[in-house]
Ligand binder design. Structure first.
Ligand SMILES: NCc1[nH]cc(CCC(=O)O)c1CC(=O)O
Ligand SMILES: [Mg+2]
Length: 329
């Protein structure tokens, strides 16, 4: 009872506050998403993601060395695929000498201790901009899984530490785990995008990879038949538990800020690490507001990533990873 209890006593100064602070952010918490393109000396800024770039392999090599010096120890690779290589089967995704496979090797050669995670989904390879194979207006679940498993194997063979299926097909974790085990890749981990919502916050990412669903006859206009409905909570828990049963090492919630209730719900029922993806639209919102002088970029950023960790995230995939590492180092 007041005045015996005065909560302000533990807030009197920064030393006192740091003594009782429950959630502390470190570079160890972050996964750095990286966009890779063909070419030499390429560092193209993404229009809707200020200060974020598509990198060719030579620049990627320099970038990961810099990340490592900042204490950032894991990257998540995405590739922007040439239109000529796109089809409806994901054939290029299995190319042992494809851009992703070369990017994996580039990172591992530059910084062998860097954890290399890879995006596993068909959208960057799809002429239709969908995460699966399309037939008669539908995204085929099981046919897609077979390609995702082969794609994961190809990434593992190139040296990936963790494959990260972002597609939301049912049963793909089981198919991927089974193939990896059969082929001797028992140490390759799986980070499952388990509760991935059909979100409007992915817009800038689709600009970065030119991977938005195309507007054409008999092609689904959006990803709502596989990504989750944002009105749903219990379904997210079911998705996470199923992925763990199927062999996921880490489960992910995506996007971040609007979904922290889901992060907490999942955290309370699972016994594997929970990852959160602070997505491209979240990045764009803060950059835009800061550019206008309406928000204090660094202060808002630290508040946001701390909130994500406080909600239950063991790790955060974030385009702000480098900004955060520089701020707290
Ligand atoms: N498999 C696609 C994929 N993997 C990661 C993202 C979004 C990441 C972001 O917005 O930062 C997406 C976009 C989508 O589902 O359309
Ligand atoms: Mg699922």
């Amino acid at each position: 009872m007041y005045p015996l209890r005065r909560n302000r006593r533990l807030r009197t100064n920064e030393s006192m506050r740091s003594l009782v602070r429950e959630t502390i952010i470190s570079p160890n918490d972050f996964i750095v998403p990286l966009f890779v393109v063909e070419g030499k000396g390429v560092k193209e800024e993404i229009a809707s993601m200020p200060n974020y770039y598509r990198l060719s392999l030579d620049i990627l090599q320099k970038e990961v060395k810099e990340l490592w010096k900042l204490g950032l120890k894991s990257v998540l690779l995405f590739v922007k695929v040439d239109d000529k290589l796109k089809d409806n089967s994901g054939k290029e995704a299995l190319n042992a000498d494809g851009l992703m496979q070369r990017a994996i090797k580039t990172v591992k050669n530059a910084v062998p201790e860097m954890i290399v995670m890879t995006d596993v989904a068909l959208d960057p390879f799809s002429i239709y901009g969908h995460d699966g194979i399309i037939s008669e207006g539908k995204v085929l679940n099981d046919d897609t899984n077979a390609v995702l498993a082969e794609m994961s194997l190809s990434h593992a063979m190139a040296g990936a530490d963790i494959v990260a299926p972002s597609d939301m097909m049912d049963g793909r974790i089981f198919e991927i785990r089974t193939l990896l085990e059969d082929e001797g890749f028992c140490d390759t981990g799986i980070m499952a995008y388990s509760a991935k919502y059909a979100s409007a916050f992915y817009g800038p990412f689709r600009d970065a990879l030119d991977s938005a669903p195309v507007d054409a006859k008999d092609i689904p206009k959006d990803k709502k038949t596989y990504q989750m409905d944002y009105g749903n909570r219990e379904e997210a828990i079911r998705e996470a538990l199923m992925d763990i049963d199927e062999g996921a090492d880490i489960v992910m919630v995506k996007p971040g800020l609007c979904y922290l209730d889901i992060v907490r719900d999942i955290k309370e029922v699972v016994n594997v690490p929970v990852a959160v993806y602070q997505v491209s639209g979240e990045y764009a919102m803060l950059k835009a507001a800061a550019e206008k002088g309406w928000l204090d970029h660094d202060a808002v950023l630290l508040e946001q990533v701390t909130a994500i960790k406080r909600a239950g995230a063991s790790m955060i995939a974030s385009y702000f990873a480098k900004d955060v590492a520089k701020l707290i180092n």
